[in-house]
Design a protein around this ligand. Sequence first.
Ligand code: MG
Length: 256
Amino acid sequence: MVTIKSKSEIEKMREASRIANLAQKAVERAIRPGISTLELDRIAEKTMRENGAIPAEKGYPSGIKGVPDFPGAICASINDNIIHGIPSSKAILQEGDIISVDLVAYKDGFNGDCARTYSVGKVSVEAQRLIDVTKQSFFEGIKYARKGYRLGDICHAIGEYVDKNGFSVIKEFEGHGIGREMHEDPGIPNFGKAGRGIRLEPGMTLAIEPMVTAGFPEIYSGDDGWSIWISDGSLSAHYENTILITEKEPEILTLA
Ligand code: MG
């Protein structure tokens, strides 16, 4: 069931989302060659806690027998690790890497979710283009994130823009509704047919998150049971915001 948030719930979504964005900004300032993803994790968690939020990814159940709950406050995924990388003191950023950071702040019963891919020092032209196309595909998608359109219009616009630019979305993971739960209905694939799916209504809060690779869009799970990798070792990028459907333009809660 897709929930419609009340005015007071939307205020809480704004606050959780504001803090998620603050945590991203703190991570972004810290990114440099030589820093570990565990250090980035600590920075994000500290920022969230100082603002009265908790990192909702920490302790998130895997749902897979034998795979422990997620140990990190953030997902930190380098290069061909597209999503769900576990922060580690052994994962040290190198000049030329790209790193995707996905985090969720939880406060007063509500979640704010956002992801960014950052460059470490100077990166290749191709890597920068991948980051830029992934980010822009989100903005292409949300042109349709308004009353009168259907969910499939967003999905289609994202997928089409990525394809047109010579990259590929992965199909096994998708965006989602968000609110009291980190993952609510509807699922929001990064591809699809325009004109299909639910009608968008004011008060819906959605986490829209293109996950894109420069290579062939086939993935595998790492030995840790969490991390997801591109099979051919190509670079990958991720961009996500929590948005609110309104009577007019969507409000991007994790960019406020
Ligand atoms: Mg996320």
